[in-house]
Design a protein around this ligand. Structure first.
Ligand SMILES: C[S@@+](CC[C@H](N)C(=O)[O-])C[C@H]1O[C@@H](n2cnc3c(N)ncnc32)[C@H](O)[C@@H]1O
Length: 195
């Protein structure tokens, strides 16, 4: 069976929503691939904010030689997203990416934690603008990742479905340990002006 790249699907879905001049967040910088992809989509007039708790990830992201104008790297937990994103951008973020787990090529003992991930997800949906998109790559195949993934599923289930829609995609078969991609969208609310 051909392995579907969930990250490529996340990028493709985001590319349909995120335009030049928009604002995006990479909640888990890692080696910076997602942050630079977001930067490429928003162009020179857009903004990207990136978070990671490891300096190694900040350095790895900075080592890309492309123009970093509009890219702000924040050495802090994504749980502190709301405190670190300027207030004028709250409710105006068009895309947010989470790619959970550990830094590839780095210290595998430093992984995202269920509690701070859920805290960050709650902050993220408040920052997201109308018709904004959020992608979450989760890996239940490693210790800690299983609980984190289950809790994210529960978190999605309790979202107000008049404001949010979501889908879950699996890399191969729908097994308990298969990596999965959550794609969440904030619905555009239509106000009835006749009332
Ligand atoms: C799978 S990597 C991300 C890959 C990355 N998006 C890329 O394009 O290369 C996961 C990253 O999450 C980071 N991380 C773990 N806990 C975090 C937290 N509470 N806040 C922000 N980043 C965190 C890790 O340090 C690691 O670099």
């Amino acid at each position: 069976m051909q392995r579907i790249s969930l990250i490529n699907i996340a990028h493709q879905q985001i590319s349909e929503s995120l335009k030049s001049g928009d604002i995006a967040i990479d909640a888990t910088l890692g080696n910076g691939h997602d942050a630079w992809y977001l930067k490429h989509l928003v162009g020179p007039t857009g903004l990207v904010f990136g978070f990671d708790i490891q300096l190694a990830a900040i350095t790895a992201t900075q080592s890309n030689n492309a123009d970093a104008t509009g890219l702000t790297l924040i050495h802090a937990s994504h749980a502190l997203m709301a405190e670190n994103i300027p207030v004028q951008h709250h409710g105006n973020i068009k895309a947010i990416m989470f790619n959970l787990g550990y830094l590839p090529g780095g210290d595998k003992s430093i992984i995202t934690q269920t509690e701070s991930t859920l805290c960050a997800l709650n902050a993220a949906i408040a920052l997201l603008g109308a018709e904004g998109i959020m992608t979450i790559m989760a890996y239940p195949g490693h210790a800690g990742g299983d609980l984190e993934t289950t809790q994210i599923e529960h978190w999605c289930e309790q979202l107000d479905n008049s404001k949010f829609s979501y889908q879950i995609l699996y890399s191969t078969v729908t097994s308990a340990t298969a990596p999965r991609l959550f794609i969440l969208r904030k619905t555009h609310l239509i106000t009835d002006v006749t009332q």
